[in-house]
Design a protein around this ligand. Structure first.
Ligand SMILES: Cc1cc2nc3c(=O)[nH]c(=O)nc-3n(C[C@H](O)[C@H](O)[C@H](O)COP(=O)(O)O)c2cc1C
Length: 181
């Protein structure tokens, strides 16, 4: 009986990269590194594969990359406010290391956006004046992360009963079970 909601969830996630104003375009990424403090930030989901692997871009010097190297279990939170639908994704984050693939993706990024990955100092470094950001003339710190989900929790607020379903991946197949909301 959970299949219909799985189909909805899948369709919602997979339609995201092609729809500009999709409510799931921006996700909250949660990581926990060695200092065990959860850290949250907004990211843009760039790709969603058939098996729901979620790809985002970042700077390889960022704190999130450090956290992922320390602990590759991450969470992604999506919220569609029009439909009062929340998805909580838990997965394993893989930092893409294939240089040829990174170059391929890099070529397709708009030059204005490429700039985001070319600051001379690492993101989060102190700066005396926000107008004085220096950029590399050559090279970049672009990197991609692919999150492979193993659990997705669906929650839709509605009357008379809210709907909460936990989907888990076991040996490649997804199984859903209803939960008390
Ligand atoms: C609308 C919006 C979209 C963002 N998209 C990304 C993104 O796709 N990748 C990214 O690394 N940071 C993105 N950021 C910046 C992050 O939220 C965060 O501030 C930054 O990456 C530093 O995070 P960290 O120090 O925890 O690694 C975005 C911020 C906003 C406000």
């Amino acid at each position: 009986m959970t299949e219909i909601f799985w189909a909805e969830l899948k369709e919602k996630l997979q339609s995201m990269p092609t729809e500009k104003d999709h409510p799931f375009r921006y996700a909250t990424l949660g990581t926990v590194g060695l200092e065990t403090m959860p850290r949250l930030r907004t990211i843009v989901i760039r790709e969603v594969s058939k098996d729901l692997t979620l790809t985002f871009y970042t700077d390889k010097r960022s704190k999130k990359i450090m956290h992922i190297k320390e602990n590759n279990r991450v969470s992604l939170l999506f919220y569609d406010h029009k439909n009062l639908l929340q998805l909580k994704v838990e997965g394993i984050a893989n930092i893409v290391s294939d240089e040829a693939l990174l170059r391929e993706y890099w070529k397709n990024i708009h030059p204005k956006s490429q700039k985001d990955y070319t600051t001379r100092s690492a993101p989060g470094s102190d700066i005396s004046n926000p107008d004085n950001v220096e950029y590399l003339q050559e090279g970049n710190h672009f990197c991609m992360v692919r999150v492979v989900p193993y659990k997705i929790e669906y929650l839709k607020l509605k009357r008379p009963n809210h709907l909460r379903i936990s989907f888990s991946r076991e040996e490649g197949d997804w199984y859903g079970e209803f939960l008390v909301p």
